[in-house]
Ligand binder design. Structure first.
Ligand code: FDP
Length: 341
């Protein structure tokens, strides 16, 4: 990772960063920059609510159950509504899909439709809210399948494979709030400065270490995994690199576990198991966007066999196994599961 540009006396906001990148592409219309700006506006509003959750009785369960069979918390609903309302009227999107909603989210009839498609997980890791653990918003942007259309987008527009993403990112609401995003030209991190109300570049061109010594997995599921995954985790527990045993870290909040993996290297696993034979995490809202970021930073992301970015979704809420992280660690996992350690 390079020296923070702020250290060099430059203050780079997200819009400046995109503008500088777009200058290299004279065909750019500036629409994309506006779209990211609107996502960030929603992110600022969500982080404000997250940060005062303990004060305002905003936490706690509503008692409803979402389509994934999980209890919905008030902040999930708030984040979901905030993102939709920040983006429904902009004329930039033709459709959205949220992890919290069973069907695609159409653009209201009174507003024009645009050329982009947004999939999002409004508040990932929400079972951690009560414990004040870092949570996040994940987003994934595609172009609509029919570039000539100005009508409403469809399920198919939302169900494109990861390799067609034009942008993916996440906001992590932790000890500070950060945006990490890629448009396929490196991965960049911006930290929110509440005193100026802007996200300022703090991590330029993030590269994931080629190998790391941290593994992250819910080991409570050990007995439910296949033999290869169990053998791999047993290897990490017992061996580790010479003189440097592996560390185990599992927050149980995907954005936070992934963010650490991106910065420090290592491996995060949510493998398929007997309880969730197709994996637990959602392909469109969690796995594909993080896979795009990971690969752009030099890492690898697979579902146990195939690259996540190659998977053709067949359902809006499709689940997938996810093995993601430093290239050497993911390759080593593959060697164990393919029986060639
Ligand atoms: P949560 O249920 O709290 O929303 O996809 C949801 C997710 O959290 C991820 O953020 C997290 O990595 C994972 O589930 C945790 O699952 P386990 O509790 O099964 O370990």
């Amino acid at each position: 990772m390079g020296v923070s540009p702020q250290m060099k006396g430059k203050v780079i906001t997200v819009s400046r960063h995109i503008m500088e990148q777009e200058r290299m592409h004279p065909e750019a219309t500036g629409e994309f920059s506006a779209l990211l700006g609107d996502i960030l506006l929603a992110g600022k509003i969500i982080q404000r609510e997250v940060s005062k959750a303990g004060l305002l009785d905003a936490i706690g369960k509503t008692g409803q159950v979402n389509i994934q069979g999980e209890e919905v918390m008030k902040l999930d609903e708030f984040a979901n509504r905030t993102l939709y309302q920040a983006l429904d009227h902009t004329g930039l999107l033709c459709v959205m899909a949220s992890e919290e909603d069973e069907s695609i989210l159409p653009i209201p009839k009174e507003y024009p439709c645009g050329k982009y498609v947004l999939n999002f997980d409004p508040l990932d890791g929400s079972s951690n809210i009560d414990a004040n653990v870092s949570i996040g918003t994940i987003f994934s942007i595609h172009k609509r399948l029919d570039p000539g259309s100005d009508g409403p987008g469809t399920d198919k527009d939302c169900m494109q494979p990861g390799h067609r993403q034009v942008c993916a990112g996440y906001l992590v609401y932790g000890s500070s709030t950060m945006l990490v995003y890629t448009t396929g030209k490196g991965v960049h991190g911006f930290t929110y400065d509440p005193s100026v109300g802007e996200f300022l570049m703090s991590h330029e061109n993030i590269r994931m270490p080629k190998r790391g010594s941290i593994y992250s997995v819910n080991e409570g599921n050990f007995s439910l995994w296949d033999a290869g995954t169990r053998a791999y985790i047993e290897h990490l527990r017992s061996e580790g690199p010479p003189g440097h045993p592996y560390k185990s870290r599992y927050i149980g909040s995907l954005v936070a576990d992934f963010h650490r993996t991106l910065l420090y290297g290592g491996i995060f696993l949510y493998p398929a198991d007997r309880k969730s034979p197709n994996g637990k995490l959602r392909l469109l809202y969690e796995c594909a966007p993080l896979a795009f970021i990971c690969e752009e930073a030099g890492g690898m992301a697979i579902d146990g066999k195939r690259p996540i970015m190659d998977i053709e979704p067949s359902k809006l809420h499709q689940r997938s196994a996810l093995i993601i992280g430093s290239e050497d660690n993911v390759k080593e996992y593959l060697a164990f599961t393919e029986g060639k350690p």
